[in-house]
Write a new protein. Sequence first.
Length: 295
Amino acid sequence: MKVYGAIDIGSNAARLLICEVYDFEGELHYKKRSLVRIPLRLGEEVFDLGFIPHKKVIDIVKSMKACKNLMEVNGVHSYRAVATSAMRDAKNGREIVAEVKDKTGVDIEIIEGKVEAKMLYATHFEELLDPQKSYLYIDVGGGSTEVTLFVKGAMKNIRSFNIGTLRLMKDLVAKEQWNEMKSWIQIHTEGVGKIEGIGSGGNINKLYKLNGSRLDKRISYTELEKINAEIQDYSYMERIIKLGMRGDRADVIVPATKIFLKVMKWADIDEVYVPKFGLSDGIIRVLARNLEMSS
């Protein structure tokens, strides 16, 4: 058994996943040991100012020091740290990566949207699904939405759109961007046949839970519409107190639901499967497979 770590620095939050990896009869098996979430909200400033201010840089450094300490305590054999949309867009993103490396020793890699989507693919969620069907993987984040089309078990197309929950909250998504996403989805799903959805991210996980957590891990378009209407009837504080949401979930869940509903409508998707896998899971699997194969 070896212990691996994954750090995912997103636009809304940073996550540290620590996993035990077992090699049993030639197959790797993963057991989650710890998941820590830090609500950095880098996108709040980046999408307005174009850079990450000094105060947030201090928070990033502190967070990475904490992650490093936790990985050391857990005996992490190897780790990978990646940053997505907010750090990609920040003018000082590369400078921050260098500062974090200098002050903490944590090496952060800024990845593009397509790389992010491929890491999500590495979660092997497709093994749980029907290889004869077609699926659209929808990962909604604070700064971007990654959409990946699978046809009969094969990944056919990937696209990252700068349409995310924090951008929507700040009214930074133009009509043209919505039209671009709509056009891409309709063009690439045409002639594919019936498509099922796969939802990723903390928001769809919460929506699934609010719906009653069906045993088949699915939530329908109709159910999502109903939950969306109910959530919007609650104030921000009521979502926190009555619906049990964290403060940094209670505001972004409405725009997240909007994105899911639009993508489902454009792709004519009736239901979304919610496997509760995320980017950090993909990072662990890519890292472990590469290292185990080379050893």
